[in-house]
Design a protein around this ligand. Structure first.
Ligand SMILES: N[C@@H](CCC(=O)N[C@@H](CS)C(=O)NCC(=O)O)C(=O)O
Length: 213
């Protein structure tokens, strides 16, 4: 029997959070690592699975799915016993959707602009784009930190959810910026707790990561 879940990924990329959730959910899966520097994500066979030419792509029983945030929502709901998503009717459900969508619509696209500034305004304006984006990322950390201070320690309060995994992946992406997210006290504390989970160690081992351990 082929595995139910096959994740097309690259070390530390947006696939990381999906990989992390699969580990947390204890779901058997196959990882197919792509070499982004060599452009494997733009090869025709991969574009047939993910027309955007980006990672991740998750095959579920052979059916491709794209968008990391959608995968988190779907996986957390498909395996409710692990408690990574408040079920329908739960009073925390609105906040869960709010933060998942905030991370997907607001924070992650800022990182896309940070990593690929030429996409926004051409190679000649890459520095200007980064200079403009960095304070917007910092403003996002400020807002999230204030939320955690008032309503934490996790995004939904007392219990961890898929949104926390997502937030910590995005925080990781800021590790080499002038003001990395972990410098905000409540965000730093959240990252510390999430990094202490056995799944984080397994994730790092499997993706061959060392930075920000
Ligand atoms: N919205 C997409 C964005 C995915 C994305 O931008 N992935 C990056 C890595 S973090 C990528 O594949 N970059 C290679 C490229 O754009 O060619 C998602 O969340 O799945």
């Amino acid at each position: 029997m082929p595995p139910t879940y096959v994740l097309h990924a690259a070390p530390g990329a947006a696939s990381l959070v999906v990989h992390w959730l699969l580990l947390e959910l204890d779901q058997p899966h196959e990882l197919r690592m792509l070499d982004l520097a060599r452009g494997e994500q733009k090869l025709p066979a991969y574009l047939a699975l993910n027309p955007g030419g980006v990672v991740p792509t998750l095959l579920i029983d052979g059916e491709p799915m794209h968008e990391a945030a959608a995968m988190l929502l779907h996986l957390a709901e498909r395996h409710p016993q692990a408690g990574f998503a408040p079920p329908p009717g739960d009073r925390r459900r609105a906040a869960y959707h709010q933060w998942m969508l905030h991370l997907a619509n607001t924070v992650q696209p800022l990182f896309r602009a940070w990593w690929y500034p030429a996409e926004v305004a051409g190679e000649a304006n890459a520095d200007a784009v980064q200079a403009h984006v960095a304070p917007r990322i910092e403003a996002a950390w400020e807002r999230l930190d204030r939320h955690l201070a008032a309503h934490g320690p996790y995004l939904l309060g007392a219990d961890v959810s898929a949104a926390d995994l997502y937030l910590v992946m995005l925080m990781r992406w800021s590790r080499n910026m002038l003001r990395p997210a972990h410098g905000w006290p409540h965000l730093g504390a959240l990252a510390g707790r999430m990094k202490a989970r056995p799944s984080f160690k397994a994730l790092y081992e499997r993706e061959g990561l060392t930075e920000w351990a």
